[in-house]
Design a protein around this ligand. Sequence first.
Ligand code: BTN
Length: 242
Amino acid sequence: TPFCLQLVDEIDSTNRSLRQECAVHGTVLAAEWQTAGKGRLGRQWIGSLGGSLLFSVVWRFSGGMTRLAGLSLALGIALTRALEKKGYQGTGLKWPNDVLCPKGKLAGILIELSGDALGPVDAVIGIGLNLRLSPEERIHADHAADLSDCSGPSPERNALLAAILNELADILPRFDQDGFAPLRTEWEARHLWQGEQAKLISADGKESRGRIIGVAEDGALRLAGEDGLKVAYAGDVSLRKV
Ligand code: BTN
């Protein structure tokens, strides 16, 4: 799929805009600035004027909703592959789809789906990557890091966007065909919290603790708790170290 790229100075949210327009497969919208950037779990996403890459991609998957388990993890792989190819070291993944460097969170991914159980599913995939945050933005955005925290060249925004789109063009059709299973080993190799003690917090505030032992073939997180193995799906859950 050739991507069709649109660039704007300011928008409320690239995800929201593409959803509202019902933009077609392959549309990419990148913004210099978002006035209402959205993060996962209803959080806000803070970008930096000139120092962030903020964009969304529309992709139509052939499967049904259930075949999209693991999509967020596949996208994390695409981002870290692109960063690695551009010469940044020490980046890795946190389940389900944060890209981290040792200092904190470098990038986030927000996926919004529409479709049904059997038919094609349209995904709006939003990516926010911090290139250079100002000191104030670092304080506002909890645990945020930027590319200056990773060893590597000084970031060039257009080249980074191109590198990420290349990786997406590679991974998305494969994922549509084969799902997450073939990517599982690579995901675990890039996973920074493998073996860590962590707690999983669901939307209703329930916590479950355990040691992270990896991910399943459908992208579910596997935790070894006191009362046995637990499996969690990326939905309205967040994960913290304990
Ligand atoms: C997260 O909470 O980790 C996901 C953050 C996703 C942010 C990006 S920035 C571009 C796109 N537009 C939005 O409103 N959100 C996503």
